[in-house]
Write a protein that binds this ligand. Structure first.
Ligand code: SF4
Length: 358
């Protein structure tokens, strides 16, 4: 059985792990991201590389220590450095004389099919592969649905920490789920148990849309648990970027992008790589939906998000919505982020009180 590792990004590992077991490979779970992960990545990656590459490289190095023989990495197309990152990591690992093999999965059906056959160690029929993928997708979708409920409940629960604990409990149970029926059962039970924490007396919730680069948005370690912090401040977070959404969009090409592209076009009429155009378009849509504010999350030096950041002040002015841009790197600290989001939430709360009085 091939021992296969993958990088850490939010809850991605739960579905990937289940997919690899079903495929007949042995998943090597990445250690939770820590200062050591970050240090390993920073020491061995080029200084100019963006944060996700550094963290992923740290994940790979730790997984090799745990016995990984193969390392999975997504490839990419378009005007962003992501497309090179699998190759850059492969070369760094070669220079470090690590003999794990890097498998870069490009976002096209042939690369995906070839890679999975290779990991299986022989021919896998398309029908079997479809069933394995469908099962992994069910898990991913159930996790994303539970996460949406936590976003709604954190600002409405007496103790937002309880929402986080209950959510974590159901993530663990979903991790172990071995059938589609069990996934369905756990999702329904998880939603019910989470909704018990709703406090109907809470009325003054403000609404903030999260936009930005996918890794920064989905991985709580690198964005310093910003969604939990916002929830504790009485903010309901809204976001479109979820793992299942990304797979449906980038791999299965089943997402209609016209709404955010149309909204972005007067401000940014071209696809600039990563999620740059989506960041602008989604910020416009959130303003038109009546949300109280938008927060952009991005890694320091992320080119598409730097372009988007330069456009967002115009969006903010014309669409009448406060927007805060936060860029993160390995030096970002809790205190600085906490202060900035507290000031932002204070601003939007006062603004929404004024509009109620007007
Ligand atoms: S989207 Fe940004 S952070 Fe992600 S790989 Fe591209 S440049 Fe780097």
């Amino acid at each position: 059985m091939k021992r296969v590792a993958y990088p850490q990004m939010g809850n991605l590992g739960i579905s990937v792990k289940s997919f690899l077991w079903e495929l007949g490979a042995e998943p090597i779970e990445p250690s939770p991201i820590s200062k050591r992960t970050m240090d390993l990545g920073v020491q061995n990656a080029p200084e100019f590389a963006c944060l996700p590459l550094k963290v992923n490289l740290g994940n790979h190095l730790e997984s090799i220590e745990k016995g990984a023989e193969y390392l999975l990495m997504a490839g990419g197309i378009g005007p962003c450095r992501f497309g090179y990152y699998g190759e850059v990591q492969r070369e760094i690992l070669q220079d470090l004389q690590k003999d794990a093999e890097m498998i870069v999965i490009e976002p096209n059906i042939f690369s995906i099919y070839w890679s999975f056959n290779y990991l299986h160690g022989g021919f896998v029929s398309p029908l079997r592969l479809y069933r394995i993928l469908k099962f992994a997708m069910k898990k991913m979708k159930a996790i994303d649905d539970l996460e949406r409920i936590t976003q709604y409940l954190r600002p409405r629960a007496k103790k937002p920490q309880q929402v986080n604990l209950r959510y974590q409990k159901y993530l663990k149970l979903l991790d172990q789920a071995a059938s589609e029926d069990r996934i369905k059962e756990l999702k329904a039970e998880g939603i019910e148990r989470l909704q018990e924490l709703n406090n109907p007396e809470v009325k003054d919730v403000v609404h903030v849309g999260i936009v930005g680069e996918i890794y920064q948005v989905l991985e709580p370690y690198v964005s310093l648990n910003i969604e939990e912090k916002l929830g504790e401040m009485g903010v309901q977070v809204h976001r479109e970027l979820f793992l299942s959404h990304w797979v449906m969009d980038h791999i299965l090409k089943r997402v209609d992008r016209s709404s955010y592209i149309n909204a972005a076009t007067p401000y940014l009429g071209a696809m600039i790589g990563g999620h740059g155009q989506e960041t602008v378009g989604q910020a416009v849509l959130y303003a038109r939906e009546g949300l109280d504010g938008v927060i952009q999350l991005a890694p320091f030096t992320c080119m598409p998000e730097i372009v988007a950041e330069s456009i967002l002040p115009v969006v903010s002015e014309r669409e009448q919505i406060p927007i805060l841009s936060l860029f993160f790197d390995e030096h970002s600290g809790e205190a600085g982020v906490q202060t900035r989001i507290e000031a932002f939430v204070d601003l939007i709360k006062r603004r929404s009180e004024r509009s109620v009085l007007a």
